[in-house]
Design a protein around this ligand. Structure first.
Ligand SMILES: *[C@@H]1O[C@H](CO)[C@@H](O)[C@H](O)[C@H]1NC(C)=O
Ligand SMILES: *[C@@H]1O[C@H](CO)[C@@H](O)[C@H](O)[C@H]1NC(C)=O
Ligand SMILES: *[C@@H]1O[C@H](CO)[C@@H](O)[C@H](O)[C@H]1NC(C)=O
Ligand SMILES: *[C@@H]1O[C@H](CO)[C@@H](O)[C@H](O)[C@H]1NC(C)=O
Ligand SMILES: *[C@@H]1O[C@H](CO)[C@@H](O)[C@H](O)[C@H]1NC(C)=O
Ligand SMILES: *[C@@H]1O[C@H](CO)[C@@H](O)[C@H](O)[C@H]1NC(C)=O
Ligand SMILES: *[C@@H]1O[C@H](CO)[C@@H](O)[C@H](O)[C@H]1NC(C)=O
Ligand SMILES: CC(=O)N[C@H]1CO[C@H](CO)[C@@H](O)[C@@H]1O
Length: 442
């Protein structure tokens, strides 16, 4: 009998303690949540019937997880762990809401392809392909705005508005200017599924609009108000851009409490990028071709400096991301093009896991269809072999002299990402020597 009372008593004491702790933690979490998620109403899966949207469920889970520990000694958590716990808590509460994926890349890194991983997600996704194209085109021709700092701020603000489905800052940069928010001139509209389906695509009767075709259907000029409404109806938003130079210019965007941003930085061997650009932008890269023929590269030339500048920006951005500053904690992922080429499905899965968005069957199917170069039933294996062979083609295209220059000016960048240097042409073109170190980025 005595022990029974004792147990009851202990239970009551325990309950009182839990209540107290709960209040304290509640206040902490309220604060966190107020900072990180005002206004937005969480949807699944936290949106249980009886859950007040103030994180009390998450609180309960956290308490439970702590109480299952043997000590129950809250102060035994190291500061770091505690931080993680609280971060995890707010992330957990928030993961119920929208996700905003920013795919950061540079040209010729396979970013259109990787962008499709998200474009093809399905009905929960609103995807935009290079909206900053308009900003760059208008501003880099206007000399007074041709200032990296100013430009970066404008890019950030336009991205921020777009993530919130507000097209008006972008409108200012579309040329000719939209009338009544209607434009036929949005860059690569057809690369965004959302802008090419009902209701954003208004069917066209007159042939006049033939040039506004989307891939699968004819659409009239784009009604940006409609696009904005449609955007708001979608749970997740993704934007691909090759125009942001430095990751840390995005800090205010990532910290915007209305957003839940996930940054994926896509990188590629700079030697391969140069080789690919020389083919794709042939006339712009004429000087490089001449240098290759001459066998000499003037290293103080503007072109070489630009290459170095690009490599440095990519490296500095990755260093910021990989150093896990507080504002980017759990919001940054580095992906190498070469890994995607070798293991497209696995990498896509990892990216989706990172974003917290379900990897939809549609997206999987698209990847399967688009990484298989032959119809052979050998599936995954031949896919890997083929696309990784594709990814190595540059080794036979780039003149060794140019590869050497890239190694010289982009050395630290290559080292960081695990791209091996070559000392002679034989190694460059020897298939059995891999130029890729196996490397994980955390
Ligand atoms: C919660 O709500 C859903 C639908 O609104 C209902 O089907 C379910 O029975 C409810 N669950 C509880 C525990 O009340
Ligand atoms: C909890 O859910 C039940 C069943 O869905 C409902 O009858 C009840 O009113 C809810 N309580 C609160 C506080 O929302
Ligand atoms: C949080 O939820 C608890 C339990 O439902 C409630 O008592 C408390 O008032 C709520 N706090 C706020 C700030 O809404
Ligand atoms: C709780 O943990 C701290 C830090 O590890 C330790 O100094 C302290 O003695 C512990 N208190 C109890 C009651 O275990
Ligand atoms: C760019 O603009 C910023 C802010 O207006 C200014 O501080 C900086 O000096 C400018 N840089 C150049 C190179 O003009
Ligand atoms: C554009 O879409 C908005 C919102 O649906 C609508 O109110 C407006 O009339 C449309 N504009 C035109 C010219 O159709
Ligand atoms: C390529 O490299 C492998 C491994 O180092 C070597 O055995 C082979 O002889 C090389 N092939 C040629 C053609 O140099
Ligand atoms: C370019 C290339 O190597 N293609 C290969 C893709 O895979 C099939 C079957 O595995 C090969 O027959 C192709 O040669």
């Amino acid at each position: 009998m005595k022990t029974k009372y004792a147990i009851v008593f202990i239970c009551i004491v325990a309950l009182v303690i839990i209540e107290k702790e709960s209040n304290i933690l509640s206040r902490v979490s309220d604060k966190l949540i107020q900072r990180q998620i005002p206004q937005q109403t969480p949807q699944t899966p936290l949106d249980y019937n009886n859950t007040t949207h103030n994180g009390s469920l998450a609180m309960l889970k956290m308490l439970l997880s702590k109480l299952t520990g043997t000590t129950g000694n809250y102060s035994s958590l190291s500061e770091e762990e505690e931080e993680e716990e609280l971060d995890g808590l707010s992330t957990y509460s928030y993961s119920a809401g929208r996700k905003h994926i920013l795919l950061l890349a540079s040209t010729r890194t396979g970013s259109s392809f990787v962008g499709e991983f998200f474009n093809q997600q399905g009905e929960n996704m609103f995807y935009l392909f290079e909206p900053l194209w308009h900003v760059e085109r208008m501003l880099t021709t206007a000399s007074e705005a041709n200032n990296g700092t100013v430009l970066a701020g404008i890019y950030r603000d336009v991205l921020q508005a777009l993530f919130l489905c507000d097209f008006s800052p972008l409108e200012k940069f579309i040329s000719p200017p939209p009338e009544d928010h209607i434009t036929p001139a949005l860059f690569r509209r057809e690369s965004s599924i959302s802008l090419c389906e009902e209701p954003v695509c208004s069917p066209v009767i007159k042939e006049v609009f033939e040039r506004y075709h989307c891939k699968t259907r004819r659409c009239g000029p784009l009604n940006l108000t409609l696009a904005s409404e449609y955007c708001l109806s979608k749970q997740h938003h993704a934007i691909k851009t090759v125009r942001v130079r430095l990751l840390d210019t995005l800090q205010p965007l990532v910290e915007d409490p209305r957003l839940d941003v996930r940054v994926i930085q896509l990188v590629r061997d700079p030697r391969a990028i140069l080789a690919s650009r020389m083919v794709a932008f042939s006339s712009k890269y004429q000087t490089w071709k001449t240098w290759a023929q001459d066998g000499q590269v003037p290293e103080d030339d503007e072109e070489v400096k630009r290459l170095k500048g690009n490599c440095d920006n990519i490296r500095v951005s990755a260093e910021v991301g990989l150093s896990r500053p507080r504002w980017l904690r759990r919001r940054y992922m580095l992906v190498r093009y070469e890994d995607i080429a070798r293991f497209p499905m696995q990498k896509a899965e990892e990216m989706y896991r990172f974003t917290g968005i379900p990897f939809s069957p549609q997206a999987k199917e698209w990847i399967l269809r688009n990484t298989q170069t032959t119809q052979e039933a050998r599936g995954i294996y031949s896919t890997q072999k083929n696309s990784s062979e594709q990814a190595e083609k540059w080794r036979y295209n780039i003149p060794f002299t140019l590869a050497q220059v890239v190694q010289k000016v982009c050395g630290p960048t290559m080292k960081l990402f695990g791209y091996r240097f070559v000392d002679d042409e034989k190694t460059l073109t020897n298939k059995s020597i891999s130029l890729l170190e196996e490397k994980l980025f955390h």
